[in-house]
Design a protein around this ligand. Structure first.
Ligand code: HEC
Length: 229
């Protein structure tokens, strides 16, 4: 009906009627829209007289746990069984775990503890208040794995904690590497697999390390020395 009305000027009165109807429709629907705009609500963190503490935002229900933060496996996150440090790794130690542990250790711990773990790192040599103990003393060699984890997680004495810089998985990787460092300095003949020479042959280096970089070892296949002198 609409198009016909606009096309033929004879039916002018009918055009006016439909125009008025349209206007009325617009008026009704806009009123509705304004109503939606002025509904009662609170701006974020605004004041409210509705609650006793006058805060419009409600705190989460007590005991609420954010997504991804349900730390059910508490040993993995604390290194403790009850109140005491445990002496097991929460996952199997593979070469990848030790490689990652070495990398993270050299970044986060070696500046103070040295790459050997003897406590003669750079930072204490430049005036840090206390020299860290060597990992190779009997007390720390006998310390349970979970203890080393908890030192990183909670800090120890003047050593700060590293829980925000190093995620739990990496902290465990470092624990495994610290234990490997300790074994490397306190090995006996009994630890050497049968048939292996003592002392073992040194690796062939492609590049000697500097103070700031690790030495690069030749791949297994071409690391056989050409001539034994
Ligand atoms: C800023 C220097 C610094 C860094 C970095 C550091 N430590 Fe320490 N660490 C210390 C000092 C100092 C002590 C001795 C603290 C004391 O006795 O007050 C210590 C002590 C320790 C101990 C022995 C605790 C004991 O019972 O005697 C362990 C294990 C340890 N650190 C592990 C680590 C590991 C693992 C890292 C790397 C994630 C690390 N530390 C990084 C300075 C550091």
């Amino acid at each position: 009906m609409g198009t016909g009305a606009f096309a033929r000027p004879v039916e002018r009165s009918s055009t006016a009627v439909s125009f008025a109807a349209l206007l009325a429709l617009v008026a009704i629907t806009t009123a509705c829209r304004i109503d939606m705009h002025t509904q009662p609500r609170q701006n974020p963190l605004s004041r409210s007289d509705f609650y006793a503490d006058q805060r419009s935002a409600r705190p989460p229900v007590e005991g609420t746990i954010a997504r991804g933060q349900l730390h059910e496996d508490s040993y993995f996150y604390t290194g403790k069984i009850g109140n005491n440090p445990g002496d097991v790794m929460p996952f199997p130690v593979t070469k990848e775990v030790l490689d990652r542990g070495r990398e993270r250790f050299n970044i986060f711990c070696a500046p103070c503890h040295s790459r050997l773990g003897d406590g003669n790192g750079f930072v204490p040599s430049r005036g840090f208040a206390r020299k860290p103990p060597s990992y190779h003393i009997e007390r720390l060699r006998k310390a349970p794995l979970g203890y080393i984890f908890s030192v990183m997680t909670e800090g120890f004495g003047i050593m700060p904690d590293y829980s925000s810089q190093i995620p739990p998985q990496d902290r465990w990787d470092i624990v495994a590497y610290v234990r490997a460092l300790q074994l490397s300095q306190n090995a006996t003949k009994a630890d050497v697999p049968a048939g292996q020479k003592i002392p073992s042959e040194p690796p062939n280096f492609r590049e000697a390390g500097s103070g700031a970089s690790l030495p690069v070892v030749m791949p297994e296949s071409n690391s056989k020395p050409e001539e034994q002198k």
